[in-house]
Design a protein around this ligand. Structure first.
Ligand code: KG4
Ligand code: ZN
Length: 346
């Protein structure tokens, strides 16, 4: 089929952890976003890298096919292929990177490499025909909260941003997941805790909050605090956890949210920025979403909450980032290798 005037069509591919996803974006409009999750990890209580790579290998061709199909475009109409280069599990990334390279060679199209975190940050710029939503205006602050990262990011433009605060140990998503594991709630823990917390009293128990300098975070102590709390209470009553599960979830979740908000409020005050956004898997959390809106209303912030389907890992965010990079001529060469950790300049 012939090329569509001046529009830019990007195929995005995401395979950094345990979701295989492909999406098509034309200019910034989303045409498709297909996901294949991997149930295989649930029974192990966490992602098993080797199993994740194998599942990506099985999923990648049908997922990309479906994304092109749903977007009603032929491979020839793609202007560039954007893929997640890192951070993530190396074996998982390799599947997406290798597939993207193979497809790029066979179609004679350029490649754009995308930093997965950059993808989360730009998820607010995906234009979804099914919903009307505003995008933030620059500069704005994003609280990026996921299974691997917790950062306050100052966004200067689509391609320029700086991390002004971040965790010095665990990510907040990890705290949710580890807490859920202690409570025997399965993996991933965040959504389960979110659900049970709705039925509980968030002031029932108190957990220790960390003292960390500047705009940085720490979440390893609060997890240890929960561990000792459970050990002590269960010595007195072995059924304590079962009886109080909703209150424990609500109180623990509230502690994590308090920790997040305390630094975000300082960041907004010290930068003088009053446009604030949430991004990353933990931004699906209903109490966190309510809380940022509540704090925002009191402080005159304009808050941006990502659509739920763009909170956890998805290829639409990779495609939109690829779109902005492609427009500025940031292409990737065929010898680019996946990066399990992100470098500063990428
Ligand atoms: O962004 P993401 O899909 O993957 C990474 O890049 O890490 O985030 C996954 C994390 C997991 O820790 C998961 O427990 C958490 O997001 N999560 C939630 C919720 N939904 C997903 N945490 C709290 N509440 C939720 N509703
Ligand atoms: Zn992610």
């Amino acid at each position: 089929m012939h090329k569509n005037n001046n529009m830019i069509t990007i195929l995005g591919i995401e395979s950094s952890c345990d979701d295989t996803s492909a999406a098509v974006i034309r200019d910034s409009l989303l045409l498709s976003n297909v996901m294949a999750g991997q149930d295989v990890h649930t029974r192990y209580g966490g992602v098993i890298p080797e199993l994740a790579s194998r599942a990506h290998q099985q999923n990648i061709v049908p997922v990309v096919d479906k994304a092109l199909d749903q977007a009603a475009i032929s491979p020839g109409e793609i202007d560039a292929i954007a893929y997640t280069r890192g951070p993530g599990l190396l074996g998982s990334l390799l599947v997406g990177v290798s597939f993207a390279k193979g497809l790029a060679i066979s179609l004679g199209k350029p490649l754009v490499d995308v930093n997965h975190l950059h993808g989360h940050l730009l998820s607010h710029f995906i234009k979804d025909p099914s919903t009307i939503s505003d995008s933030p205006s620059f500069p704005f602050l994003t609280l990026l909260v996921s299974g691997g990262h917790t950062q306050i990011v100052r966004m200067e433009s689509h391609l320029k941003f700086s991390i002004i605060g971040q965790t010095i140990d665990d990510a907040v998503g990890e705290a949710f997941d580890k807490c859920a594991k202690l409570l025997g709630l399965g993996y991933p823990g965040g959504p389960v805790i979110d659900r049970l917390a709705k039925e509980g009293d968030n002031k029932a128990f108190v957990f220790a909050k960390p003292r960390v300098k500047n705009l940085d975070y720490s979440f390893s102590g609060v997890k240890t605090s929960l561990l000792y709390f459970l050990r002590d209470r269960m010595k007195e009553d072995p059924a304590f956890m079962e009886k109080n599960i909703n209150d424990i979830c609500a109180s623990f979740q509230a502690t994590l949210i308090d920790i997040l908000m305390e630094k975000l409020i300082i960041a907004a005050r010290t930068t003088g920025i009053n446009e604030l956004a949430l991004a990353g898997g933990v931004s699906a959390n209903s109490a966190l979403r309510e809380r940022i809106v509540y704090e925002g209303n009191r402080r005159g912030w304009k808050c941006y909450l990502p659509q739920l389907r763009f909170t956890t890992d998805n290829a639409a965010m990779i495609a939109i980032t690829g779109y902005y990079k492609f427009k500025e001529g940031h292409l990737s060469s065929l010898d680019a290798v996946p990066l399990s950790r992100v470098l500063d300049n990428f």
